[in-house]
Design a protein around this ligand. Structure first.
Ligand code: HEC
Length: 302
């Protein structure tokens, strides 16, 4: 496909940008994510969630809250392609990978233990990333999988973006499908990570000078280079995903940090390390914005 010149892309997106604040409202009505918000969520964070989710409720009134876990497939602007996707889902292309991941999950280590022995002590998948006060760090499922391997005398997995790591994350997360995302930001240390992720999300970067929000908030539903831009609401809930575009390159699965790297590079910005502090903070911010969205892992994407 012919690529649009950069200037055209930038102009196309900014021309129709909608002010975020204008549509931001409280959205405490039934059926929204906010009913599962922990009492302990700081007021300012709860207000951010209400503004973010309220914005999409206004922008796409026909989209049910829970449907945002279908990513771009949920949006009316994608309706024409949605039929193909629905057909594809009758025999999802990710099935064999899910099966393989379950086998890997259940294969004993040299010491006879398995991932399930570690995971007995893990938080449910819908509350990740989890703040650890002792280390002032965030736990991710990717990190916990490697910690489990190391604790059992096995080599950690080096490729944190696709392949075996993605399959193992799916094997854990799929057990919690349907559970609503609910990340704890009550600790002041967790709130700091959240703020860092929020700043990343709204900061313009790269040669194109775009923030995550420019594409996934203000321009969601618009077409760019043959893609429709998904709503930021729902991001993370389907990951790891099986992506047709990635399948063409022989690596169909991707963690959410793989996706972040791709989005950074799209605007000609440098990407950051998977599982580094920048993307962990971003995952925290996106997960908090998704408060109440049910997990649906893996998902299929174009
Ligand atoms: C130039 C526009 C652009 C920018 C800026 C951008 N993205 Fe994307 N992003 C895309 C496109 C195109 C896709 C693929 C279609 C879709 O799902 O939106 C995508 C997909 C995604 C997805 C996958 C959603 C899903 O459910 O499959 C995530 C998550 C995501 N972006 C996060 C981010 C984050 C975080 C940032 C900021 C670091 C960002 N993006 C910046 C264009 C952009």
């Amino acid at each position: 496909m012919r690529k649009l010149p950069i200037a055209v892309l930038a102009a196309a997106l900014s021309a129709t940008a909608v002010s975020f604040g204008a549509a931001a409202q409280s959205n405490n009505s039934a059926g929204t994510g906010l009913e599962v918000v922990d009492e302990a969520m700081p007021d300012s964070v709860a207000a951010d969630v209400a503004a973010f989710q309220g914005y999409f409720r206004e922008r796409f009134p026909e989209v049910e809250f829970d449907a945002y876990n279908d990513g771009v497939n949920a949006l009316p602007q994608y309706a024409e392609r949605r039929e193909n996707w629905v057909l594809l889902m009758e025999f999802p292309p990710y099935e064999e990978h899910v099966e393989r991941g379950r086998e890997e999950w259940n294969t004993p280590f040299a010491n006879g233990k398995t991932f399930a022995d570690c995971a007995k002590d893990w938080p449910p998948a819908n509350v990740y990333p989890v703040y650890v006060p002792e280390t002032d760090d965030l736990r991710t499922i990717v990190g916990d999988i490697n910690a489990c391997l190391e604790a059992n005398g096995e080599e950690p997995i080096k490729n944190l973006n696709n392949g075996k790591m993605a399959r193992l994350v799916i094997a854990y997360k799929e057990q919690f499908n349907g559970e609503r995302i609910n990340v704890d930001v009550s600790h002041p240390g967790a709130a700091k990570w959240y703020e860092k992720g929020k700043e990343f999300y709204w900061t313009k970067r790269g040669q194109l000078n775009f923030s995550c929000a420019d594409c996934h908030v203000h321009s969601s539903g618009q077409s760019v280079r043959g893609d429709v831009l998904s709503a930021g609401l729902g991001h993370t809930s389907g990951f790891p995903v099986y992506r047709t575009k990635w399948a063409l390159g022989g690596k169909p699965l991707g963690t959410v940090h793989r996706r972040y790297g791709g989005c950074n590079r799209q605007v000609r910005a440098s990407s950051f390390k998977s599982q580094g502090p920048e993307y962990k903070a971003l995952e925290m911010y996106e997960a908090v914005m998704n408060t109440g969205i049910p997990l649906k892992v893996p998902s299929q994407r174009q």
